[in-house]
Design a protein around this ligand. Sequence first.
Ligand code: TXA
Ligand code: MG
Length: 319
Amino acid sequence: MRKATAIIKSGGIIAFPTETVYGLGADAFNPLAVARIFEAKSRPLFDPLIVHIADLSQIGQVAVGIDKRAGRLAGRFWPGPLTLVLPRHERVPGIVTAGLDTVAVRMPDHLIALDLIRGSGTPIAAPSANRFGYISPTKAAHVLEQLGDRVDMIIDGGSCSVGVESTIIRLTDERNLILRHGGIPAEEIEAVIGPVVVAAEPAAAPEAPGRLPSHYSPSIPVHLADSIREIDFTRPGAGFLLFRRPDFDVPLERTEILSLDGDLKEAAANLFSSLHRLDRMGLEVIIAEPVPERGLGIAIMDRLRRAAYKKPGGPEKAL
Ligand code: TXA
Ligand code: MG
């Protein structure tokens, strides 16, 4: 940790665990360090980063206009998988927010992440620690594979407990606008601040590229089946991503089961590692069973649809 905080203070970039996915962090107030994150990920500069804080007192360093709703959500869900988009403090470098007048802030629920932020003495800007558009990392080994030669350090904190990214909500006008489904289900947010609106899919320059139609993609195509009954388990070269244990035999060596008993929380925690494993098996296609769209199932289906997205008229493989 001493080494890690020294790296952050001197403008380096570090992959670290959070409860959602691994992040790739830099001092949020050091634009050159933040630029290295974009370079390492091959991430387009129009895609803003989330600023991670360890203490509520830090929110005032990066955001202004922190209203009652923000206070109540932070009080209820922080530390935890919820990101608030708020009016930006002028001190936050433009590269962090992609020139927007808003900033995304969250307090992760992970001791290593919190220690890193506290020890570095600065909020840490961090996207997920994957190459742009590829499957998010939920283990240190996933980061090593994708970015090992491009980062100054990887802190191994084991597997991420939540396994899907934070829910993002924008609170810059009277609406409670959900920009990305994630670790906190929308209905839990509604119970605290009232009705939410879910943002429509973006057109060209999206406000949250986690909402680009193709994202979270393995290197082989993903096909999202309508139901398990539709899946042809004899198809050669196919791997299978199932929500729960089926009541018939399946080729276990090519099958990942997200949760034997069909528990959505467990399924979310296993989602990205299962995709990583199938992606590494030399298969031609991954066929996925849908999960029920309630609670965390909404965030899981969001990731599966984007992983399965095919460009209209384009090659079958997601780019
Ligand atoms: O759980 C998470 O949120 C993880 C961990 C590492 O904290 N981080 C993460 O970061 O998922 P990333 O960069 O993969 O996704 C952040 C999303 C992007 O889609 C980005 O466009 C959106 O947050 N975002 C960041 N700042 C924003 C802003 N000011 N307005 C709207 N969207 C914003
Ligand atoms: Mg990401």
